[in-house]
Design a binder for this molecule. Structure first.
Ligand code: FAD
Length: 310
């Protein structure tokens, strides 16, 4: 069995695996796709000490770093069930879709999350070419330009406020008749001179010139009329979905489906830890995920050295 088995190969999982392996304990990492969301990222400019890099390049370096420590890496494997140890100090079981079962003294869950998409024509074609999901990451790429934010919940309104200080103009588009964000955020938004708010609007298409986004089409849900906004960027903020469908009824999840963790990355099950976008940790970023993965791993090690000698 593994001493530490990491589920997920994004920044959180990679950091967890490196920290565990450096303790000289038997470490495994199972992932569907090594690199996670970073593989889908073009430009990264907020990973401190690296002024600029690209997602695939960072993933290569993460992978080389993990390999350096002899971690047993199993990719193209999807976990579909966790069976917690029956007694303290017993082995946890991880069931894979392939039918195999892996056993470990401690587990670190880091299966990440995915952005909810609009599912309209042009969204996929112009992803990273104007369509983006992360204001903290990509806001500065649209300095002085026109952008739309899709979604009037807290994350959409926060994004619009944030972007208004960086870009030229922001149009916030909300499907419902009213914004759902906290009143204090809505007041702040309404006070900004370079923001328009459009409610009861259904986004229907992302338009582009073949290279980059040039606009957004939406339907006014009250009058049925069609509109087109010329712009350079679209920030989709309609939800981040944690990859925890496979964990129902095993570890405690929040209302949003995130794994609930303590400040030491402990879950509700002893010996099972979690890190990164899949958890309740605030702010979903690469640097945060790596910090959390390291923390989860140190907690797992702390747990292991306290287990009764077998
Ligand atoms: P993820 O990166 O989501 O990795 C999850 C891992 O788990 C993957 O290996 C996946 O294959 C695996 N997995 C999932 N389910 C299973 C399963 N059932 N069984 C086995 N394996 C499974 N952050 C920044 O800091 N800067 C940026 O510039 C930036 N740009 C971004 C751009 C885009 C387009 C996106 C989508 C995100 C961006 N982010 C950025 C956010 C950042 O990528 C995430 O916060 C970070 O990747 C989270 O790391 P993670 O390890 O928690 O999860």
């Amino acid at each position: 069995p593994f001493d530490v088995l990491v589920v997920g190969g994004g920044p959180a999982g990679a950091a967890a695996a490196i920290y565990a392996a450096r303790k000289g304990i038997r470490t495994g990492l199972v992932a569907e796709r090594f690199g996670g969301q970073v593989l889908d990222t073009m430009s990264i400019e907020n990973f401190i000490s690296v002024q600029h890099t690209e997602g695939p390049r960072m993933v290569q370096q993460m992978e080389a770093h993990v390999d350096q420590y002899g971690v047993d890496v199993m990719t193209l494997q999807r976990a579909d069930k966790l069976v917690a140890a029956k007694s303290p100090g017993g082995l946890h079981e991880l069931h894979l879709e392939s039918g195999a079962t892996l056993r470990a003294r401690t587990l670190i869950l880091s299966t990440g999350a995915r952005w909810r998409q609009m599912n309209v024509p042009g969204e996929d074609a112009y992803r990273n070419k104007g369509v983006t999901y992360c204001p903290h990451c990509d806001g500065p790429l649209f300095r002085g330009k026109r952008v739309a934010v899709i979604g009037g919940g807290n994350s959409g309104v926060e994004a619009a406020i944030d972007l208004a200080g960086v870009v030229g103009h922001v149009t916030l588009i909300e499907y419902a008749a009213d914004l759902r964000a906290d009143a204090v955020l809505q007041r702040k938004l309404a006070s900004l001179p370079n923001v328009d708010i459009v409610t009861s609007a259904l986004t229907t298409e992302v338009t582009g010139d073949g290279e980059r986004v040039t606009g957004l089409r939406y339907k006014d849900r009250n009058h049925g009329s069609d509109h087109e906004l010329p712009l350079e960027g679209i920030f989709v903020q309609i939800g981040l979905v944690p990859n925890t469908e496979w964990l129902r009824d095993t570890v405690a999840l929040s209302q949003r489906g995130e794994i609930e963790i303590t400040d030491r990355c402990e879950t509700s099950v002893a010996g099972v830890f979690a890190a990164g976008d899949v958890t309740t940790v605030p702010y979903k970023q690469i640097i945060v995920a790596m910090g959390e993965g390291s923390k989860a791993s140190l907690s797992a090690f702390d747990h292991l050295i306290r287990l009764p000698v077998s």
